[in-house]
Design a protein around this ligand. Structure first.
Ligand SMILES: Nc1nc2c(c(=O)[nH]1)N[C@H]1C(S)=C(S)[C@@H](COP(=O)(O)OP(=O)(O)OC[C@H]3O[C@@H](n4cnc5c(=O)[nH]c(N)nc54)[C@H](O)[C@@H]3O)O[C@H]1N2
Ligand SMILES: Nc1nc2c(c(=O)[nH]1)N[C@H]1C(S)=C(S)[C@@H](COP(=O)(O)OP(=O)(O)OC[C@H]3O[C@@H](n4cnc5c(=O)[nH]c(N)nc54)[C@H](O)[C@@H]3O)O[C@H]1N2
Ligand code: SF4
Ligand SMILES: [Mo]
Length: 732
């Protein structure tokens, strides 16, 4: 059969780059970047290209699997799998209530609108609050900060890359990550365009990253961002550099903010941050003086001990300098389907509506801290979790203390995974159900519409039929739910169903939302409005406007007074707690601080089975400063043992002055022991065994895991003489 080309877009990470798939005999044989995509314009990264290998991976799970007594798996039919799961789930629900059923949805779930909507609907249908996502290792505190500031967790500022004179970027490495909580294809070009027009990109990061190297770098101590931002704000108010007009018109509590930051002179915080007071003063003046400064933070601003405070301070800085909701600063998307309003309608746009049974943490967008899943399983009492579904997630490698979770999973009465692989997590399930890849499903970037820095919309059909017996998550959920008489849907879905009398599929739902949305055709009432036919006729996607306008924020604010709140008591309490925490937490026993790192050819834990991506000299390495190396007697290439108060791992040392003395950077997502041969062979370790899953170690306002700035110590794992002897033996 002749080869055909199909237009689609990548759903591995947030730029959602356009792709062209070559399909031969019903198989994807090649993926290449789509030159006609109006934003990514022929760009794709190595992961996007390597998706062909994942798609066709011989290690992929392609049939439902059931665990045998010996721990191995046997294939069974879908009918049997759904029947058995339904029966067991029904019995658990009847005995212990729907609130004993939990679900963890991992990162790829966010890239499938149908998956995300149906999981939440299923748990709502069951009446369970045990909803967990990768958010509590990623971004929950950004949502929590938005809730405090704007009264709505989904109100997220995105940098105006097109028009800013200065981009102040805290804890992000977009040259590798390709951008997050902003969808900005070709981000590298966009950053160079800023400097190209005479502007500046300032990167605040403990490590001299790929991005920091190409632009300006402010090096700071891990997990000290809150102090840095408090000091920048202190200077702005003390030197009367604030934009009083913006403060008066947009915000309430400006005076309280000024008071709150007043004692954080840069001279007081420089020993905590490692950033000199003079440099902080200069930075503050430059941010205030810039003709448009976009203040942006990402995972490095979220994974410390005070992430909600840091996210809050980033927006407070933007607002105080007249850069919030203003062109050249931070903007708020107003997309064709207003996801924040949809979430509100279905009751998902919440913060603190319920609290976790363990630790009393507030839910964020319905999700509770994933770090607590193990304890929710093992702690008896009302609401104890007895059944757990895991879809598109590998929490054994991604949350703190994977070994604790592995042990807890073995105690569940029912555990079901929906994944592409037998992973470190799914291998502990009673059933593994084969999921489609994104190339095998239709899609629509629902949650990302407001985060595109250029307003954009695209819909894609599946590129190929599902391989083997793979099914989409929402279909699996429908089948299981109907076995136990649950309707997996949210309030809005039901309402729409009744109103327009259509069979509820995710596609119908999203098409309806599109047509009744602000840019929709209102079923023919608005000429030139968007509808599915129009999207189908533009498979490369449609740019809806050259950029977002300033001024969208008032329509999104949900506080009764219509203002941004700069004085939430929770934030004042966090500043007090920060003072008690003191510097980084390093001690005589654990003198170094561990931070994370992303690599161009890894994607969290799930692309290490691609030979293309694993080619060459890829080893799980800890980046250590040469000064520390010398002190520890560790040389480049040595096997080292890293230990914290919570666990220990062995990895390989790489000495580099990218990190300063005292800081060690190691990527997460390694240490495989699943059904993926290439990944297993890659070696490395689960770095998150060094992190704590104890409630007292989670960030209080969003329950986020503390993954950056973990106090550690390092020793050589084996005497070098032995390694040299081994090498000599091999050579001989
Ligand atoms: N190639 C690749 N791309 C990815 C991913 C991947 O695994 N691989 N993952 C995707 C996902 S899930 C996400 S959420 C995004 C994340 O997107 P980013 O947040 O842009 O990605 P990171 O590379 O983790 O960048 C975080 C930076 O924070 C720094 N950092 C660590 N601790 C601190 C600190 O205390 N303060 C400050 N200021 N900085 C700190 C780290 O050194 C790092 O450079 O990337 C996405 N893109
Ligand atoms: N130390 C440290 N830990 C971190 C981070 C860090 O920076 N440092 N980053 C955190 C971040 S930002 C994130 S987002 C989390 C990620 O945490 P998780 O989402 O728990 O882990 P992933 O490695 O993304 O695992 C994704 C799983 O989904 C499967 N999969 C891929 N596509 C699909 C699909 O379409 N459908 C289904 N059903 N399955 C699919 C893959 O095979 C894989 O098993 O990790 C977090 N952990
Ligand atoms: S940057 Fe790479 S992985 Fe991310 S969407 Fe683009 S091609 Fe896919
Ligand atoms: Mo993430």
């Amino acid at each position: 059969m002749a080869a055909e080309e199909r237009i689609t877009y990548c759903r591995i990470c947030e730029p959602l780059c356009g792709m062209v798939a070559t399909v031969e005999d019903g198989q994807v044989t090649k993926l290449r970047p789509d030159p006609e995509h109006p934003l990514s314009k022929g760009f794709a990264c190595p992961k996007g290209i390597a998706m062909t290998e994942i798609q066709n991976d011989p290690d992929r799970v392609l049939q439902p699997l059931r665990r045998k007594a010996d721990g191995g798996f046997e294939p069974i039919s879908w009918e049997r799998a759904i029947g058995e799961i339904g029966d067991r789930l029904g019995a658990i629900r009847d005995e212990h209530g729907g609130g004993s059923v939990g679900w963890y949805m991992g990162n790829p779930g966010a890239f499938s609108y149908s998956h995300a909507l149906w999981v939440k609907g299923f748990l709502d249908g069951l009446g369970s609050q045990h909803y967990y996502t990768a958010s509590s290792q990623d971004v929950s505190n950004r949502f929590a900060a938005s809730s405090l500031l704007y009264g709505s967790p989904f109100v997220l500022p995105i940098p105006d890359l097109e028009r800013c004179e200065m981009l102040f970027m805290v804890g992000a490495n977009p040259l590798v990550s390709h951008g997050s909580v902003m969808s900005a294809p070709r981000i590298k070009d966009q950053l160079h365009a800023i400097t190209g027009r005479g502007g500046r990109v300032v990167v605040v990061d403990p490590r001299r990253t790929e991005t920091a190297r190409e632009f300006e770098h402010v090096a700071l101590n891990p997990d000290s961002d809150a102090w840095l931002l408090l000091s920048i704000l202190q200077v702005i108010f003390a030197e009367s550099l604030q934009d009083s007009a913006a403060l008066d018109s947009q915000a309430g509590g400006g005076a309280e903010l000024e008071r709150l930051v007043s004692e954080f002179e840069p001279e007081r915080t420089e020993s905590l941050t490692g950033v000199g007071a003079a440099e902080v003063r200069t930075l503050a003046r430059e941010i205030a003086a810039a003709d448009g400064c976009a203040v942006y933070g990402r995972t490095g601003s979220c994974l410390g001990r005070s992430g909600t405070l840091v996210s809050f301070l980033l927006d407070a800085l933007a607002l105080s300098t007249g850069n919030l909701d203003a062109e050249g600063g931070s903007l708020f998307g107003d997309p064709a389907i207003p996801f924040d309003r949809v979430a509100e309608l279905i009751g998902a746009g919440t913060y603190g509506k319920v609290r976790s049974r363990i630790g009393g943490f507030p839910e964020v967008l319905g999700a509770l801290p994933a770090s607590l899943i193990a304890k929710e399983i093992t702690t008896p009492g009302d609401g104890q979790m007895r059944a757990l579904f895991v879809s598109a997630g590998n929490p054994v490698l991604s949350v703190p203390n994977g070994p604790e979770l592995e042990r807890a999973m073995e105690r569940l009465e029912l555990c079901v995974s929906i994944d592409l692989y037998v992973t470190e997590t799914s291998k502990h399930s009673d059933y593994i159900l084969p999921a489609t890849t994104f190339l095998e499903r239709e899609d629509f970037p629902l949650p990302f519409l407001s985060l595109f820095t250029t307003p954009f919309i695209q819909m894609t059909e599946p590129v190929v039929e599902p391989r083997g017996e793979a099914r989409q998550e929402w279909e699996i959920i429908e089948d299981i739910a109907s076995r136990i008489g649950v309707v997996p849907s949210s309030v809005l879905a039901l309402r729409l169903l009744g109103r327009v009398g259509i069979k509820l599929s995710p596609r119908r739902l999203v098409e309806t939302l599109l047509r009744i949305g602000p840019s929709g055709d209102r079923f023919g009432l608005t000429r030139n409005g968007l509808n599915p036919a129009k999207l189908a006729a533009s498979p490369h996607g449609i740019v809806l406007a050259p950029g977002w306008d300033g001024g969208n924020l008032p329509g999104k604010l949900r506080h009764d007074d219509g203002l941004v709140h700069l004085d939430p008591p929770e934030i004042a309490a966090e500043v007090k707690r920060l003072d008690r925490l003191g510097a980084g937490g390093a001690s005589a026993e654990y003198p170094l601080l561990l931070i994370g790192l992303r690599e161009l050819r890894s994607h969290n834990s799930w692309m290490h089975n691609s030979e293309k991506l694993m080619r060459g000299d890829r080893v799980h390495r800890a980046r250590i400063s040469p000064t520390d190396g010398e002190m520890l007697g560790v040389e480049d290439g040595d096997a080292i043992r890293i230990s914290s108060a919570h666990g220990e791992v062995e990895v390989v040392a790489r000495l580099t002055d990218e990190v300063r003395p005292g800081t060690v950077a190691v990527p997460h997502g390694w240490g495989h022991a699943g059904g993926w041969e290439t990944a297993n062979a890659a070696g490395g370790a689960n770095i998150n065994v060094l992190a704590s899953s104890d409630p007292e170690d989670l960030e209080p306002l969003a329950g986020m895991a503390h993954l950056n700035g973990i106090p550690i110590k390092i020793e050589r794992a084996e005497p070098r003489s032995r390694r040299a002897a081994d090498a000599a033996a091999v050579a001989g």
